[in-house]
Design a protein around this ligand. Sequence first.
Ligand code: SF4
Length: 222
Amino acid sequence: MQQTILHIDNIFTALQKELHKYKQPIVSRSKSGIPDTPFVTLISCLLSLRTKDEVTAQASRRLLKKYNTPETLVQLSEKQIASLIYPVGFYKTKAKRIKGISQTLLDKYQGEVPDEFEELLTLKGVGRKTANIVMVYGHKKHGYLPIDTHCHRIPNRLGWIKTKTPEDTEQALKKILPSEYWDDFNDLFVTFGQTICVPISPFCSRCPIQQYCTKVNVKSSR
Ligand code: SF4
């Protein structure tokens, strides 16, 4: 594993220049008519798990335009939540989780989303990725690195790290990625992974950072 990432500034600059024309990922995108609160970030992130961004965007709008606080959400039945968020993946389980979390926030945190990472992890259905996303995009805190499938795959392809799980990637990247890049990393690499460095057969011929990439385990590309 590298101790530092060579050309990191050039890489981030090239990605930012290329990717600004694409839509931001759903969890960090501002949502018209919906307040930008840690609760909205948390619920959008839960809805987005294993679901395409556009499906998540529409489900978030249907649910969160009117019900964007724990107080209003607990008034709904699981069935009502499920019908508002359908067809996101696992919509019945997510409806149950969302209602459960809203109730916990009211019972234990006066209706606020905790701004402590470890506290967030105690909420049922909240894992490291969601907790990191809430810290970065909900509470606007520095020092967190949310890792999803794109953020895990691409640094491995680039040859920055050699890891098997997103959890390992989070720890490995924190050692070699200078902290001034952490806030932008998730947004940038999710967009990059959805548009150019896609999971199967990435578009290397139009990749703005091709000269910095070792293409580890890339069997075919376009
Ligand atoms: S060159 Fe290909 S594999 Fe490497 S980062 Fe670019 S798109 Fe991904």
